[in-house]
Design a protein around this ligand. Structure first.
Ligand SMILES: [Zn+2]
Length: 121
């Protein structure tokens, strides 16, 4: 059930910056346009640091192209996962967030074995 209103990105959300660029444009040292695709997700203050990892791993151009292909109501979720993956990839260039998944899977198996042991006693 998608009750999406038929309009495009919804420019109401990006009305915060009077002259101050969003965090992404600040990091890229470019002028932040009124319809900047990054503005709703990267505030002017802390956004630049968050955007740095995303740009390093995926590239700003690739991320903007990707966002344009995603429905507007899902873009915030997409940015969250991209930011998470980028930070994981910066920490661990080989496995990225997969190392975290492996750790959680191993913990899950340990908890299952532990629960079996508790049942036996
Ligand atoms: Zn911007």
């Amino acid at each position: 059930m998608t009750s999406a209103t038929g309009n495009d990105t919804g420019s109401a959300g990006s009305s915060s910056g009077f002259g101050s660029p969003c965090g992404a444009c600040k990091f890229l040292r470019r002028k932040c346009a009124a319809d900047c695709i990054f503005a709703p997700y990267f505030c002017s203050e802390q956004g630049a640091a968050r955007f740095a990892a995303i740009h390093k791993v995926f590239g700003a151009s690739n991320v903007s192209k990707l966002l344009l292909r995603i429905p507007a109501h899902q873009r915030f979720e997409a940015m969250l996962t991209l930011a998470y993956e980028a930070q994981a990839r910066v920490r661990d260039p080989v496995y990225g967030c997969v190392s975290h998944i492996f750790t959680l899977q191993q913990q899950g198996r340990e908890y299952i074995v532990e629960s079996w042991n508790l049942k036996d006693n």
